[in-house]
Design a protein around this ligand. Structure first.
Ligand code: ADP
Ligand code: ZN
Length: 733
């Protein structure tokens, strides 16, 4: 098969000059000449020269700039992969326009598996062809002899066996003497079978599943929200939608917030469909990603489970997207292209015209409002599946039950833990703070250890013997003497992190098997997966963890969840603080009692009457949402109003501030829009760059993007030293 034969099936659209979107922060597609021997169409993935480099770009739609074709450079190569279809290209344009990002940067997210563009990536061996070289050197002779057995060889294997350099082998490949063996790629996973193991659903599950299956059959744009308490069996319900989509011959994307830690999910999928889904996340090996990319594009892969970036895979027949834990902040990317994968999933579905399913025990305020207004279909699962009951939740008033001196665990929690361990069950202590202590200071002079690059304290990691910045990665061995006054051994750790709680727990329960789980643990994802499995298998008594343990896991023996500091996160001044805390606490306490044993959740708090604590303890989600929604509406905050933030940063503080002020002055006069700031951003210094922030607020109907574009256009000329980042729908504000 020649390289271009793929395209002769569709009508070849040969043009002299085409726009090509290159994976760069360019505002528009660049023009390239198409040589006669190449045929391209909109969506073709091509190689083009860009400055001194060669890059993979996409032939775009629309007119190319009317420039003199003689001055243009030429498309060098058309990759043998399916072109990005019109819906995918519209999606890229849409995301770019919405987030105010250069389309090239968005396209880059869709092209994140370069080698997958060409089947040569699938060369699985070399074999002797019919041609013989004109000039037969000794070395070449040995290669011919070795390869003469008709077997397929790898390049290095053949060179080694023949006792020649790999260059000799390459030379023979160039001459056509050795032929690459193109093995059709093995599918990354066998196709899932929709009828492999159908569960018997509870009546509530069956009703919800039926609605979803109908939506899938309609094959039109719709959004459904499965709003079901932890353990209600939401996964089982949306699996029915997945099965329906597979039966309809459509591909499915399941978005998960923490793909690296979802072994249990993969296993459940296997049980239901007879195979695992293909996985897509940034930690996957490049070879795996190339295959998944290509097979999503060719349609060989039917279901992908992935992190937010999987949304930009060029699926050929996508017909359903599931967004599990739709409220999770991990869906927001805050880097280069600032986008929310849940929201963009809905956009992708509306462009192509297929259903989206959101699932959560604690939906985002945005999704709840959309459901209340009838824009989304709300499917409720108010009870846990089967025998399992929700944990019995209560607060521990820390003013009345204070911990022992130097400790952080209340006697109430300690007693309950003893009882739990005595029953042979497990406890989880949750504290959303990595390391040993969030702040270290000198008892003598009061010196505080601060990051030299960020406005942040250095966090002590005692297990590693270091103090580190959680924003830029700066770190140093924990000093013995104060750098300010020189006093030895007078540094004190202030406040707890998970390591410190582990130390306390260890003293309290010397015989218990204790494990600390946080994302900075040594050993990475593999080790985390092993430890999560160990917990599920009952090899651990007390788990001490950050939000990593909050998500989705099923630990059958876990019957006690203690929240070490339920107030953490409530006091940061962010209007979303209550919502986030509610979601996090709901998620964590939801780890308890998932298999029918009586279970408890205890929240250590200094504000037991706070609405968030009340909502969690009473289980009265409805009044919490009503109150939060009313508050947002009153303040004109999302989803009732629109927000965007503009962050201006520079190494020089004055440069950043000047530019931010200039933008403020440049904002068009518009009575509907409010511009706040510039003020120092919540983290005023990050990685050596000073940051100022402008907040733009407007009504729901405002043309926020138009306003931002006008502001930037009329703003000060960009200087090299200044960086401007725009965040439409910021998650914290
Ligand atoms: P959620 O995602 O709502 O927290 P899960 O889907 O994880 O809940 O379900 C909770 C537990 O109940 C899991 O162990 C799951 O295997 C089990 N479960 C849910 N629905 C069914 C069903 N219909 N049949 C058998 N087991 C089920
Ligand atoms: Zn730092």
């Amino acid at each position: 098969m020649t390289r271009d034969s793929l395209f002769t099936a569709s009508t070849p659209h040969t043009r002299d000059v085409v726009p090509v979107l290159v994976p760069m922060p360019a505002d528009r597609a660049y023009s390239y000449v198409v040589p006669d021997e190449l045929a391209v169409e909109p969506g073709s993935v091509v190689q083009v020269p860009l400055g001194p480099r060669k890059v993979a770009g996409v032939v775009w739609h629309g007119e190319s700039d009317a420039v003199d074709a003689k001055k243009l450079r030429a498309v060098e190569h058309v990759f043998d992969c399916p072109p990005l279809d019109a819906a995918m290209r519209r999606f890229i344009d849409w995301v770019a326009a919405y987030t105010l990002s250069p389309p090239g940067l968005v396209a880059r997210m869709a092209l994140r598996a370069p080698a997958a563009f060409d089947p040569e990536a699938m060369v699985e061996g070399l074999r002797l062809g019919d041609t013989r070289p004109e000039r037969l050197t000794d070395a070449r002779g040995r290669v011919l002899e070795t390869a003469g057995d008709g077997m397929a060889w790898t390049r290095s294997g053949l060179a080694h066996a023949a006792g020649v350099s790999a260059g000799v082998v390459d030379g023979l490949v160039r001459l056509g003497v050795l032929e690459p063996l193109l093995v059709p790629p093995r599918p990354v996973v066998p196709p899932p079978e929709p009828g492999y193991a159908e569960p018997s659903l509870s009546p509530a599950q069956a009703e919800a599943a039926e609605t979803l299956v109908e939506k899938v059959r309609e094959d039109a744009f719709s959004v459904s929200l499965i709003d079901g308490v932890t353990g209600s069996g939401k996964t089982e319900v949306y699996f029915e939608a997945v099965a329906a989509a597979l039966r309809e011959g459509r591909q499915v994307l399941i978005l998960l917030p923490e793909i690296a830690l979802t072994e249990q999910f993969m296993d459940r999928f296997h049980v239901r469909f007879g195979t695992r889904p293909a996985q897509w996340h940034s930690e996957a090996a490049p070879k795996t990603r190339e295959k998944v990319w290509r097979q999503a594009a060719t349609g060989a892969v039917r279901v992908v489970a992935g992190a937010r970036s999987a949304l930009f895979l060029p699926f050929r027949e996508l017909g359903l997207v599931i967004v599990d834990e739709e409220h999770d902040p991990a869906y927001k990317q805050e880097d280069r292209v600032f986008y929310h994968a849940r929201d963009m999933a809905i956009v992708r579905a509306s462009i192509t015209g297929f259903p989206v399913v959101l699932a959560s025990a604690t939906p985002s305020i945005e999704s709840r409002v959309n459901a209340d207004r009838g824009r989304y279909t709300r499917l409720r699962l108010p009870a846990r599946f089967g025998e399992a009951a929700l944990p019995d939740l209560s607060t521990i008033d820390m003013r009345r039950h204070p911990p022992a001196r130097g400790g952080f665990l209340s006697p109430v929690l300690i007693e309950e833990t003893k009882a739990t361990l005595a029953r042979g069950e497990q406890a989880l202590y949750f504290l959303n703070r990595r390391g040993y202590a969030p702040l270290t200071l000198c008892r003598v002079c009061g010196h505080r250890f601060e990051c030299p690059n960020c406005s942040a304290w250095l966090v002590e990691h005692r297990f590693r013997g270091r103090i580190e910045c959680h924003h830029c990665g700066y770190g140093q061995p924990t000093p013995e003497a104060c750098p300010e006054c020189g006093t030895l051994d007078h540094l004190v750790a202030c406040g707890p992190g998970v390591e410190r709680i582990a130390e306390e727990t260890d003293k309290l329960f010397p015989d218990a098997r204790i494990i600390v789980l946080s994302s900075d643990m040594m050993g990475g994802t593999k080790r985390l997966q092993r430890e999560l499995a160990a917990i599920a298998d009952g090899e651990v008594d007390i788990v001490i963890g950050t939000q990593l343990v909050a998500k989705g896991h099923n630990f059958p023996m876990m019957t006690l969840v203690g929240i070490v500091d339920a107030d953490l996160g409530l006091s940061n001044g962010d209007p979303r603080a209550a919502e986030r805390t509610y979601q996090l606490l709901g998620q964590v306490t939801g780890r308890a009692g998932r298999t029918g044993r009586a279970s408890r959740g205890l929240l250590q708090t200094y504000q037991p009457t706070h609405p968030v604590m009340q909502a969690i303890v009473s289980g009265d989600a409805e009044s919490f949402y009503e109150r939060e929604i009313a508050e947002r509406e009153r303040a004109g905050l999302p989803p009732f109003g629109r927000l965007a933030s503009i962050i201006v940063s520079a190494e020089d503080r004055a440069d950043a501030e000047d530019h931010a002020r200039g933008l403020r002055r440049a904002a068009p006069a518009d009575a509907a829009m409010t511009v706040l700031g510039p003020a120092e951003a919540p983290l005023a210094l990050v990685r050596g760059r000073y940051r100022f922030r402008l907040l733009v607020q407007g009504p729901r109907t405002a043309d926020m993007q138009g306003f931002l574009r006008a502001t930037i256009a009329a703003g000060p000329k960009m200087r090299r030293t200044v960086r401007v980042q725009i965040d439409v729908d910021p998650q914290s504000f």
